[in-house]
Design a protein around this ligand. Sequence first.
Ligand code: SF4
Length: 348
Amino acid sequence: MKTELLGLRHEQLIELCLQAGAKPVHAEKILASLFRYHNTDLTAIEGIPLALANFLAEHVSTFEPECTASQLAEDGTRKLLLKMPDGKEVETVLIQGPGRLTQCISTQVGCAVGCTFCLTATAGLTRNLTAAEMVAEVMAGQRFSDGNVRNLVLMGMGEPLHNYADVAQFVRIATDPKGMAFSPNRLTLSTSGLVPAIYRMIEDELPCNLAVSLNATTDEVRDRVIPINRKYPIAELMQAVRDYIKARGNKRVLIEYVMLAGVNDSIADARRLCELVAGLGCTVNLLPFNPYPGAIYASPQAAAVSAFREVLVDASIIAVVRESRGRDISAACGQLKTETVKRRKKSA
Ligand code: SF4
């Protein structure tokens, strides 16, 4: 079986070049061809010796996922559905912010966590994505945006820390200054709260930011909203966040809080949230739930959102309300895939 070129780190590429009798500098030429010029054609890499080109043709492969659906929202958000070599599809989203383009990356086909507010969860987990497939997502985003993606967030389909080895490999490839060259400060990994894997991130000094999807302030509610809480309850999760901040120096952790009407949006919740994040210097992102057909939750009232935020701000906590982007094209992560699959079934 051939090695997948997109999933190799710089030092692994150097090893490959040495095996082929070429020089380490040729690894840089390959990286430049891939990531500066977005070229995955192994026969068209300029400046490498013929022997290396032949070696690559024999031993490595590369691919470009097919874009099977694309939607553009009024606010400039673009959703792409990408088909991987085995026919499995994942979503990636390009989000236009003020002066910067952020790409949301999927790390799995489906997800096993089962958050009850999430459309992706309803299909369960099909498989993990490889590091090469995540790199290919970014390359697709760069092609669509003329190379303008500046931030990456691992917040698409899947729980990144359930796919730790490939996600860690991807993070290292994405932040290699000679490769994709994203700043570690512009790459954020979001987790539903896999405590042991957060400690592994500390140990491995994974070069990225951490976001934790908290979404409740009591174990009783969090057990219902994010079932993984039964395994890693709030106290354990917040201790891991404290340990992460302590170990990573000035690294801040982003706390994400999806607001569900009548479930976790009360003033009492806001006060408990203040206690949970007190002294951590975390930023809290408040995300009013954006319903999708069949969802069991509703959006909170605008007044409830602003009253909730006020409690946090009064406690000197940075709290930002993030309205869902691309509302007119879909309400939830996973919806482009769901809609496309339904359309195909109808026309079959
Ligand atoms: S919110 Fe994220 S972790 Fe939870 S089920 Fe959906 S994709 Fe998985």
